[in-house]
Structures are given as structure tokens and as C-alpha cells.
Write a protein that binds this ligand. Structure first.
Ligand SMILES: [Zn+2]
Length: 98
């Protein structure tokens, strides 16, 4: 798939997901700020920047499809590490250890 076509698909996916999640992070439920790739136009990151999260990691064979992605804030996305998404979601929402 060409890079441009892929970017367009990802952008469309973002719009669908943003609507489905009402602009909130799939983990901490905080409202996110939408920037391309979760980055500020002048560079750098912000904690509430919107990022695409792969529920099953790409390195584990996860694909960029509607069923496998969700929008997460940059903070949650970068903190998740090796934890599976469901455990992490429970943790962030306070159901575990909370
Ligand atoms: Zn979050």
C-alpha cells in the first residue's frame, strides 16, 4: 500500500474513532487534543495529545484496522509498555490496584 493511501486511511480511522470515543482517551477517559501524530505543530509532545493505540501490538501481528485500534492520549500510550491493553485499561480506570 502506498504511503499516501495509508496515511489517508489512518486519518479516516482517527475521525471514526474520535467520534466513537467522543474525543476521550480509551484508557484514562480524559479529553484529548488532536494533533497529527500526537505531536504539536512546532514539534514535541503533549500528554493529552491524541495517538493511535494498537490494542494488539503491531510487533505481535496487530493490524491497523478499526477493530484493533483505539485513540489513547500520549501519556497512556507511552506508559503502557508491555502490559496487555485490557489489563492496562482496568488499571488506568482504577479497577485494579485502585
Ligand atoms: Zn489517557
Amino acid at each position: 500500500m502506498s504511503k499516501i493511501k495509508k496515511e489517508r486511511l489512518v486519518n479516516e480511522l482517527r475521525i471514526v474513532l474520535r467520534e466513537r470515543q467522543k474525543g476521550k482517551c480509551c484508557y484514562c477517559r480524559q479529553p484529548m487534543t488532536a494533533y497529527p501524530r500526537g505531536r504539536m505543530p512546532q514539534g514535541g509532545y503533549r500528554h493529552d495529545g491524541e495517538t493511535i493505540e494498537h490494542l494488539q501490538r503491531r510487533r505481535d501481528g496487530g493490524k491497523t484496522t478499526r477493530d484493533n485500534v483505539a485513540l489513547a492520549c500520549f501519556q497512556c500510550n507511552s506508559d503502557r509498555g508491555a502490559v496487555d491493553w485490557f489489563t492496562y485499561a482496568s488499571y488506568r480506570s482504577g479497577e485494579l490496584f485502585g
